[in-house]
Design a protein around this ligand. Structure first.
Ligand code: FAD
Length: 325
């Protein structure tokens, strides 16, 4: 009755989304009674024993030079080998860029279903039930699995990590027969965003700007508030399409799905496609001069007013608070 978790690594570092998946795995494992087992594909061990603290009892490691960059086919073969060896009842992935690519491949190889981008898992109601937003977040779908294992990918930043200080996981080699004469598609290069910016999907706080800012020359207002809050800057599609911000800043249906602790929407109307990417944020603050803007329907706190007055005043207050420790 084990729970298997795909451990995502990049450049020799385990991604935080995998710790979130391990956290949820420990809760499921406690309900069904069984161990939490990780599976990782890497060129060398990215410090997997330390994942004991995040909830893993064992981690299976497939090593190959092919795993130095993400190798979709090889990694899918590794996860498939782990599933066949371990026979888990649940397999968890993060619904990250890698997880979104990998989980359907594994599901297809095993010939079983997948519930992607889940925001809640209930292991206790007569078989596992997963909840996932559909129709751009307008409805919540509940999914049950008639067969095991249940394959699920978890929306980043929704599930809490656990901390089991002083616990280490046993790391065991996993034998994998890598397919063919090498991968049919190969990652040649990863272009990281300059400036060490935290990925939007991993940010605890996001300040996003929309068309209400009137032009790219006014985005420093957003950057300054984000700087004071220790936040990452996001954007609506309208401003990305206008070329004011790069595409990787876009939040929404055709951008990134984010669930930070705090999401501040500035001059964003709250179109359904934008809400699809941010409505699962823990606390939403909206600043908009139109009291009927749809963003206020999802906001926990709303400020009706001119952003050009409110944002500088807010930034000044946050800076004052920061100065007082
Ligand atoms: C298939 C499809 C996919 C899409 N995907 C996405 C997506 O991923 N992400 C996304 O964001 N959109 C997406 N869109 C576009 C979406 O429908 C909206 O057009 C877009 O989100 C609007 O961006 P906005 O809120 O910045 O602009 P607007 O809708 O123009 O809103 C600007 C807001 O600023 C307010 N404002 C103006 N001046 C001020 C001021 N001085 N002070 C305070 N407030 C002010 C206005 O009241 C208004 O509410 C998609 C659309 C389609 C059809």
């Amino acid at each position: 009755m084990s729970v298997l978790v795909f451990i995502e690594q990049r450049d020799g570092q385990v991604r935080p989304v995998s710790r979130e998946a391990l956290g949820e795995a420990t809760r499921i494992a406690a309900a069904i009674g069984g161990p939490v087992i990780g599976v990782c594909a890497a060129a060398k061990d990215p410090g997997l024993a330390a994942l004991g603290e995040a909830g893993a009892d064992r981690v299976l490691l497939a090593t190959s030079d092919r795993f130095a960059a993400y190798d979709a086919e090889g990694t899918a073969a590794a996860v498939e080998a782990a599933v066949r060896g371990v026979q888990p009842v649940v397999v968890l992935f993060a619904a990250s860029a890698m997880g979104k690519d990998l989980a359907p491949r594994v599901a297809a190889k095993l010939g079983i279903g997948l519930a992607s981008d889940c925001t809640k898992i209930d292991p206790a109601s007569g078989g596992l039930t997963a909840t996932r937003p559909v129709y751009a977040g307008k409805a919540l779908q509940q999914v049950r699995f008639p067969k095991t294992p249940a394959l699920l990918s978890l929306r980043p930043k929704v599930f809490a990590q656990v901390s089991r200080a002083g616990t280490s996981a046993s790391v065991e080699p996993l034998a994998v027969t890598l397919p063919g004469d090498g991968p049919r598609a190969r990652v040649l290069r990863v272009s990281a965003v300059a400036g060490g910016k935290v990925d939007l999907t991993e940010s605890e706080i996001i300040v996003s700007g929309g068309r209400g800012l009137k032009g790219p020359e006014n985005f420093p207002l957003i950057e300054e508030l984000a700087g004071a809050l220790g936040a990452t800057v996001g954007a609506s599609r309208a401003v990305v399409d206008a070329g004011w911000r790069p595409h990787h800043d876009q939040v929404g249906q055709t951008g990134k799905t984010v669930s930070p602790k705090l999401y501040v929407a500035v001059g964003i109307s709250g179109a359904i496609q934008h809400l699809a990417g941010m409505s699962s944020s823990r606390c939403i603050v909206a600043i908009n001069k139109d009291p009927d803007a749809p963003i206020f329907k999802v906001a926990d706190y709303g400020v009706v007013g001119d952003l050009f007055e409110i944002v500088p005043a807010l930034t000044a207050e946050v800076k004052k608070l920061n100065a007082h420790g």
